[in-house]
Ligand binder design. Structure first.
Ligand SMILES: Nc1ncnc2c1ncn2[C@@H]1O[C@H](COP(=O)(O)OP(=O)(O)OP(=O)(O)O)[C@@H](O)[C@H]1O
Length: 766
């Protein structure tokens, strides 16, 4: 890369920033003007707020693309018809295409494209042109900037005059020190990644790739690409990005905003049930059972169990006497209610109606039987009167509610986990030990992550509680009536306090007062809350939201029950699923994509594979590959894109010294990667012990929380403990070994685990 001095590109880049400033100023001026508008009707106010929100978003977008606004230039083989006689490669003439984060047109006169959005078809050659297939490109130039200054350029010529530099821009990008937050890769997306980002497939696209192949980066860029190409639809329906834990979501949280995209909700699966926070930890075995597909049937059975029929005739006080709820009448009412095919809470009214019919019929038969022929002496009207009387009897209604109660998902699940009898009835297919894992004998203490998909399942089967909904509607109506009364009061005061000039009917009497312009209803409406939330904000608060596209990262970790939640959130089944089966750590996680997806979409999904590792230097990749061979000898390891000439090390210490030594060595590593990030990865409880000793700036994580993250230097402590720590311990070790971008050390007690022998780890004394 040539650096230093002033680059010819500076002129155009300066023009681009000038244009960006101009667009920002325009957006702000329009926003100010819109906000200053007054005297609008209710409709006008709503429209004003929508326009203001849109303009604020536009202003925010223009701010977000400040860094690295332009990062590339393509000089095409055939200059465009407008190019002037001096349109040489450095002249910045019209034949050049400037590639950047957003598209911008020249504001003056002809509206020529000044900058092409990286997602536009015209930008594609920047990512896919090769010496063999130049795609009409004569030269590709990577432009590096710092602030608004061009600090370096790197060229690849495709006209045979010079050897292309190939991956130099990429190598510069992947060797940079890490900041602890993931960066976008928009300037250096590689051809195999570009194919995934721009894939036209509308259904489920699975991106399988080893660690460091850019799956996360590619998935996020694909989200940005889809928001660009399907803006109309996705702006309304929003895109959901699912990650394994909040630390990971924080790590990736800046990528999409830096690409100017905010229409995306980042969430873990357990954050997808608004109003419930999963804050209770539970053993992995319990989570595994709760994540099984069979739990869908358990929840369905638990709901059915709550639709009861009395075992014996049940006498209920009625009008000073007693009315009997006969099992056969109740059984028939239950059967009819179930047949209605409604969710439990909605079907309650069917049950109640049919039960009252049955009870009225039974009562009529008893009281009105003709002694001569056994027929009924009662008319239909009599029957209806009896039914109405029963329906007005609180004791009868209470009894029917007990047989078919209104239920919330929380109530259903809390009752299920606290009752061995209920659990045995709903989950006969589980063993006694498995059921014991589910029981919470001490009562309800909150929700775990694995409970959330079960609550979601229950919510689907229960539906909304109609009584509660009616209550909420009535409360809303009462609120509105109150607003109306207040508005009327305000108008009365305004009328009462109008000027005496108006009373005097002189010229001033023509002045319009507030009471002339609005009536109470309109005034109340004006004060009613208008929903200004963006699609993402509304989606986050709505359990039943249907997202236009869902990106699932670290998808191998999700349980079958979690997959059901995601499928419900995406009825269109437009998904990008990225992960690596070899990294599956959760007991309930995926062993194959086929098994995960077949229950939902059969064979209607396609796969793409990423094969190049951008994170690990070859020396560290060799260590990880050794472990991968033990996990699955048939699996191909991704090819490392670079070597570092720094050998990964291992050292043995006495068991009692492990925690302190790991912390000390991590401190030493920190000095070797100035400005970079360092982590100790260790199984619990060792990780907690290391945390106590770890110097500032060193993160300490267990393998689970290290998923998807990366650090400049990593010390893996107690590899044997990691392997022994879970049924998929080798996968966990593989995850740990594949986190560093520059340096790896392995600290162990006793001998190295077999999978690490002969992998190139160099012994050292510590
Ligand atoms: N084309 C690229 N240009 C520059 N950097 C890249 C490119 N592709 C990937 N990277 C970098 O490589 C690193 C690994 O990428 P990423 O985290 O997306 O990989 P991954 O496949 O999701 O890994 P894992 O399976 O371990 O979570 C990141 O720092 C990312 O920015």
């Amino acid at each position: 890369m040539s650096t230093g001095g002033t680059f010819p590109e500076q002129t155009h880049v300066t023009r681009l920033y000038d244009r960006l400033d101009e667009l920002r100023a325009q957006a702000r001026t329009r926003l100010d003007a819109v906000l200053a508008t007054t005297g609008l009707g209710h409709q006008g106010l709503m429209e004003r707020d929508v326009t203001a929100a849109e303009l604020s978003r536009r202003a925010a977008l223009l701010d977000s693309v400040e860094n690295g606004l332009c990062f590339g230039r393509l000089d095409m083989l055939a200059p465009g018809p407008d190019s002037g006689p001096d349109s040489g490669p450095d002249s910045g003439a019209e034949s050049a295409r400037w590639i950047g984060r957003i598209g911008m047109l020249d504001g003056a006169g002809d509206f020529e494209p000044l900058l092409i959005d990286w997602r536009a078809p015209a930008a594609r050659p920047f990512y896919v042109a090769t010496a063999r297939e130049p795609e009409g490109v004569r030269r590709r130039r990577h432009i590096r900037t710092s602030g608004r200054r061009v600090t370096g350029v790197l060229d690849e010529d495709f006209d045979g005059a010079a050897e292309p530099f190939g991956d130099a821009a990429l190598l510069a990008a992947v060797t940079e020190a890490r900041t602890g937050r993931m960066n976008d890769i928009v300037a250096t997306v590689q051809a195999e990644q570009d194919a995934v980002i721009r894939a036209g497939h509308r259904g489920i696209l699975v991106v399988q790739g080893g660690p460091g192949t850019g799956k996360t980066a590619v998935a996020l860029h694909r989200a940005a690409y889809l928001l660009y190409t399907r803006r109309e639809r996705l702006a309304r329906s929003a895109v959901l990005v699912v990650g394994p834990n909040p630390t990971f979501l924080r790590y990736i949280g800046e990528v999409l905003p830096s690409l100017g995209e905010t229409g995306v909700l980042l969430a873990t699966v357990d954050q997808l049930y608004p109003g419930v926070t999963a804050d209770v930890a539970e053993p992995p075995g319990t989570a595994e059972v709760k994540g099984r597909l069979a739990m869908a049937e358990v929840i369905a059975a638990a709901v059915r169990e709550r639709q009861r029929v009395p075992a014996e005739p049940w006498p209920v006080a009625h009008d000073g006497e007693s009315i009997t709820l006969d099992p056969d009448v109740m059984a028939r009412a239950r059967a009819l209610a179930r047949e209605a095919g409604l969710p439990h809470n909605q079907a309650r009214s069917v049950f109640r109606a049919r039960a009252l019919d049955g009870l009225a019929g039974r009562a009529a038969a008893r009281f009105g039987a003709d002694v001569l022929d056994g027929g009924s002496l009662l008319t239909d009207l009599d029957l209806a009167t009896i039914r109405d009387e029963l329906a007005a009897e609180p004791a009868v209604l209470a009894a029917l509610d007990e047989l078919w109660p209104a239920l919330t998902p929380q109530r259903l699940l809390a009752d299920l986990w606290s009752s061995p009898g209920r659990l045995a009835a709903a989950a006969p297919g589980l063993t006694e030990e498995e059921r014991a894992l589910l029981l919470r004998p001490g009562g309800h203490r909150g929700w775990s992550a694995a409970d959330i998909p079960l609550l979601d399942e229950a919510a689907e089967l229960l539906g909304v509680d109609e009584d509660a909904r009616r209550g909420a509607e009535e409360a809303a109506a009462a609120e509105r009536a109150e607003a109306l009364a207040l508005a009327q009061e305000a108008l009365d005061i305004a009328y009462g306090s109008r000027t005496s000039d108006v009373d005097a009917e002189d010229e001033e009497a023509e002045t319009l007062g507030v009471f002339d312009l609005v009536d109470a209803e309109r005034l109340a409406e004006r004060h009613a809350a208008v929903d200004h939330r963006t699609a993402v904000e509304r989606a986050a608060a709505d359990r039943t939201w249907a997202f236009g596209h869902v990106v699932v990262d670290e998808a191998q970790e999700l349980s079958p029950m979690a997959w059901r939640v995601l499928m419900r959130r995406c009825p269109a089944r437009s998904m990008t699923v990225v992960g690596d089966i070899a990294q599956t750590g959760e007991r309930g996680g995926a062993a194959s994509w086929e098994r995960v997806l077949a229950p939902h979409v059969g064979s209607r999904w396609v796969t793409a594979e990423l094969t190049v590792n951008y994170r690990l230097p070859a020396e560290i990749a060799a260590v990880a590959d050794g472990v991968l061979r033990h996990i699955d000898p048939g699996r191909r390891a991704p090819r490392a894109v670079r070597a570092s000439s720094v050998a990964p090390w291992h050292a043995a210490v006495a068991p009692g010294e492990l925690a302190r030594a790991a912390a000390r060595l991590a401190g030493e590593e920190r000095a070797l990667v100035p400005g970079g990030t360092v982590a100790v990865l260790a199984p619990e409880p060792l990780a907690a012990a290391v945390s106590r000793w770890a110097p500032d700036g060193v993160e300490v994580l267990d393998p689970r929380r290290a998923k998807g993250l990366e650090f400049d230097a990593v010390v893996v402590a107690d590899p044997a403990g990691i392997v022994a720590g879970s049924p998929r311990g080798l996968n966990d070790l593989y995850v740990c070994l594949t986190r560093p971008t520059r340096r790896l050390g392995v600290l162990h007690t006793g001998a190295l685990p077999e999978a690490l022998n002969g992998t190139g780890l160099v012994p050292r004394e510590v």
